[in-house]
Ligand binder design. Structure first.
Ligand SMILES: [Mg+2]
Length: 246
């Protein structure tokens, strides 16, 4: 694949497409404390324009819990999926799907708690995953990855290694299944899904979008199944802005 092949199309007919966006690293820069992120006003305006262009077919799919994600997105009129697809909130309703996994996730949180304490790491017990963040301790990546892999294996969960975070989560649910589930419903059904993300956990979303006749756009990184790539978050947002004017 040459560089030109990896460049996203100059224009998108948003009347025929649906848009799926990761949050951290895609709509906001990665910051040391996850609670300190904020959507820039220009990004908020861009999302609002995309909601209009797609008649509401815009979703944000994040590893954050739905409650946390909603705090940062506010009233954008978009569909939200939290905890890597375990939680879903459409503008008119809320569905939460985490009850059957809560015992294994509680056990994972207990197992990882001593690791978090020993290295001064943030341990987050979300409705659909347990996340060990090392944004504040980038030197602890190997320790975190190994601890989360061991814990997940012992408890029958799967592990995910993201950008300065590793997580244990239920098997069989990911950003790809979230995208497919949302695509089955109006106003998404019948459109071509476009998925944009910056992390390995977004790869399931890219694959799902491409299986459904759309495409993926990966921010940064080279090892990706996404059809298109851009170098950084600002390039992705600039592309989205231009795609609206085409
Ligand atoms: Mg991300």
């Amino acid at each position: 694949m040459t560089m030109d092949d990896s460049r996203p199309p100059a224009t998108v007919d948003w009347g025929q497409h649906a848009l799926f966006l990761d949050f951290d690293g895609t709509l906001t820069p990665i910051v040391a404390r996850p609670e300190l992120v904020a959507l820039a006003p220009t990004t908020r305006d861009l999302i609002a324009a995309l909601v209009r262009a797609t008649s509401g077919a815009v979703a944000i799919i994040s590893g954050r819990s739905l409650a946390d994600l909603a705090t940062h997105t506010g009233d954008l009129g978009v569909t939200l999926s939290g905890s890597h697809g375990l939680e879903l909130r459409q503008p008119e309703q809320e569905i939460t799907l985490h009850g059957q996994f809560s015992d294994a996730l509680s056990a994972a949180a207990r197992a990882l708690s001593p690791v978090a304490e020993a290295h001064d790491l943030l341990l987050e017990h979300k409705p659909g995953a347990v996340a060990l963040h090392y944004r504040a301790r980038p030197d602890c990546g190997d320790i975190v990855r190994r601890a989360v892999e061991d814990t997940a294996r012992d408890l029958g969960l799967r592990h995910m290694h993201g950008n300065l975070v590793s997580e244990a989560a239920p098997r069989g649910i990911d950003k790809g299944t979230a995208l497919a589930g949302i695509m089955a419903q109006p106003p998404f059904a019948g459109r071509h899904p476009v998925m944009i993300g910056d992390d390995t956990t977004d790869e399931d979303g890219f694959a799902s979008a491409q299986n459904m006749g759309g495409f993926g756009l990966r921010i940064g990184g080279t090892d990706t199944c996404a059809q298109y790539r851009v170098a950084d978050m600002d390039s992705a947002l600039a592309w989205l802005d231009r795609s609206l004017r085409g």
